[in-house]
Design a protein around this ligand. Structure first.
Ligand code: FES
Length: 102
């Protein structure tokens, strides 16, 4: 059953940056666009690269391996070579704590 798991501290992720966290067997990218926080799978749908090692450009994550892009707000692929979306997770903020629904 899905439940919210503590993933990171808000103070660890400045606005317009991202961080990779491991929760159990899941590797999750937590990203902040201004004051909004998003969570997606930290794995490119093209060839499994850790996209947290790429760049955040506006609301797009640029994969470091072949340059695919993903919308961090939806997980949708926005530029090739990736076509399939990445998993997007629901996020909850309580004080300085970021929780992700897994
Ligand atoms: S592994 Fe991400 S674009 Fe190829």
């Amino acid at each position: 059953m899905a439940e919210f798991k503590k993933a990171a501290l808000l103070s660890e992720i400045p606005p317009d940056s991202m961080k990779s966290v491991e929760i159990g067997l899941d590797r999750i990218l937590i990203g902040r666009i201004g004051d909004d926080v998003y969570a997606v799978a930290d794995e490119c749908s093209h060839d499994y690269a850790p996209i947290s090692e790429g760049r955040l450009k506006g609301k797009e994550i640029v994969c470091p391996r072949h340059g695919a892009r993903f919308d961090i707000t939806s997980g949708q692929a926005t530029a090739p070579p990736a076509i399939a979306p990445i998993e997007k997770y629901e996020v909850k903020i309580e004080g300085n704590d970021i929780y992700v629904l897994l």
